[in-house]
Design a protein around this ligand. Structure first.
Ligand SMILES: [Zn+2]
Length: 74
């Protein structure tokens, strides 16, 4: 039989891009796996939000990552 299930996927809080794994998988059955794969793919978790590599910048001052486009926020 075919059954509908609830899946979870990582979505960039900056640009809305969906995180796809190496194998092209875009959704998992639990939130932890979705987040784990995103982080393994170079995504960053900042203040509870997820950002794809295109949406984060390395802050040389604090040596930490921050979302792009928020340079004015200090
Ligand atoms: Zn993004």
């Amino acid at each position: 039989m075919i059954q509908e299930v609830t899946m979870y996927q990582a979505v960039c809080d900056g640009c809305g891009r969906i995180c796809a794994s190496m194998g092209g998988i875009i959704a998992w059955t639990d939130t932890e796996s979705a987040k784990y794969v995103a982080l393994e793919s170079g995504w960053k978790e900042i203040n509870g939000n997820l950002y794809c590599p295109d949406c984060v910048a390395c802050d040389e001052g604090t040596n930490s990552y921050k979302p792009k486009g928020k340079e004015d926020e200090r």
